[in-house]
Design a protein around this ligand. Structure first.
Ligand code: AHG
Ligand code: MN
Ligand code: MN
Length: 334
């Protein structure tokens, strides 16, 4: 039997390679792993218990909230609150950031941004959902409460980011800026086990992922690029969960786009807790992530927790090709 490397063991090994590592980030990642297992358990039994359906409230971004969104949000908050390494959390499900218990989290150095359940409209139909997280080092003094400046940091400041995909199997993928590794949950032993070391995204691929139903609402350059994808016999895949769509692209290569539409003039996806953490991972795997103005996502200023951004992300050669379409057609009137 091959030797199994669990997530906890891998994290500790990674810590031991840095002589100045304090172990705080290690414990924080471990806490996220615990929260992911609890959310996984509930996602798996969502069809069995009365936890399905819309909770009847809107989240801070105005979307319908599913019950599991709220549950997952609370699980991550509780696990991080008990862990002692996180001073505050910004989440899709919270209007403002929350301070964690200053006694339990005395002198905690990190803040966490998260989309606790991504693609939540998929739950009722038994299709994959995910969690996205990003970890920042706080800028404020560790002896006091955290402040908004600890969250409104560019993606380049991320210390770590990752995602969990609750799919046919459950996989946790993360990076601390030194490559990307994936861990599949073995339900028989309840552990995330290293299954995909040093993940690299293919330079190009056969898939494009975009909500083509909005085609007529896209700008000319985007419509021309999508025409090109279609003319090139690329395969269209769109799950409606960015985590799931990008996970395929990580393995098989491809491009994911959420451009501006007439409804979402700045794009729909949220910069802080969707675009930045996923861009960090994709870049670490050798991919590219930009907005439709051709700016690198990780370089964008973050002015608001729930700020939206357009995004074009995936295999580097495919994103580079899309750039040519923007350069060629964006000055042309419709
Ligand atoms: P969430 O469930 O966290 O609100 O995120 C859903 C996001 C993203 O994951 C997905 O790619 C996109 O919304 C789908 O939006 P459309 O239905 O507009 O295509
Ligand atoms: Mn989301
Ligand atoms: Mn969500």
């Amino acid at each position: 039997m091959n030797r199994i490397i669990t997530l906890d063991e891998f994290i500790i090994r990674g810590q031991n390679t840095y002589t100045d590592a304090t172990g705080h980030l290690t414990r924080l990642l471990r806490d996220i792993g615990i929260a992911a297992k609890i959310v996984n358990r509930e996602v798996n039994k969502a069809g069995l218990v009365n936890i399905l359906g819309i909770a009847g409230s809107d989240n801070a971004s105005g979307d319908d909230v599913q019950k599991l969104d709220i549950f997952a949000n609370q699980v991550f908050i509780d696990c991080l609150n008990n862990g002692g390494e996180c001073c505050g959390i910004a989440s899709e499900e919270l209007e403002d950031f929350v301070q964690l218990d200053p006694v339990k989290n005395k002198e905690a150095e990190y803040t966490v941004v998260m989309d606790p359940l991504d693609g939540s409209s998929n739950i009722d139909v038994n299709v994959s959902v995910g969690t996205i997280f990003g970890i920042y080092k706080r800028k404020s003094d560790v002896s006091g409460p955290c402040d908004i400046g600890d969250f409104l940091q560019k993606g380049t400041e991320l210390v770590a980011s990752g995602y969990v995909l609750y799919g046919t199997s459950t996989i946790l993928v993360y990076s601390t800026g030194n490559g990307v590794n994936g861990f599949t949950l073995d339900p028989s032993i309840g552990e995330f086990c290293l299954s995909h070391p040093d993940m690299k995204i293919p330079k190009t691929g056969n898939y494009y992922s975009v909500n083509q139903g909005y085609y007529l609402k896209f700008d000319l350059e985007m419509r021309r690029y999508i025409d090109h994808c279609s003319d090139s016999n690329l395969r269209l895949r769109y799950i409606g969960s960015m985590v799931s769509d990008l996970h395929r692209i990580m393995f098989q290569g491809g491009i994911f786009l959420y451009p501006n539409t007439r409804k979402y003039v700045d794009g729909k996806l949220r910069l802080l807790y969707e675009c930045n953490p996923m861009s960090f991972i994709i870049e670490q795997a050798g991919g590219t992530a930009i907005n439709t103005k051709l700016e690198r996502i990780l370089d964008l200023d973050v002015m608001d927790i729930h700020q939206r951004s357009t995004i074009v992300i995936g295999s580097p050669d495919m994103v580079a090709e899309m750039v040519k379409f923007v350069e060629r057609y964006s000055a042309v009137s419709i």
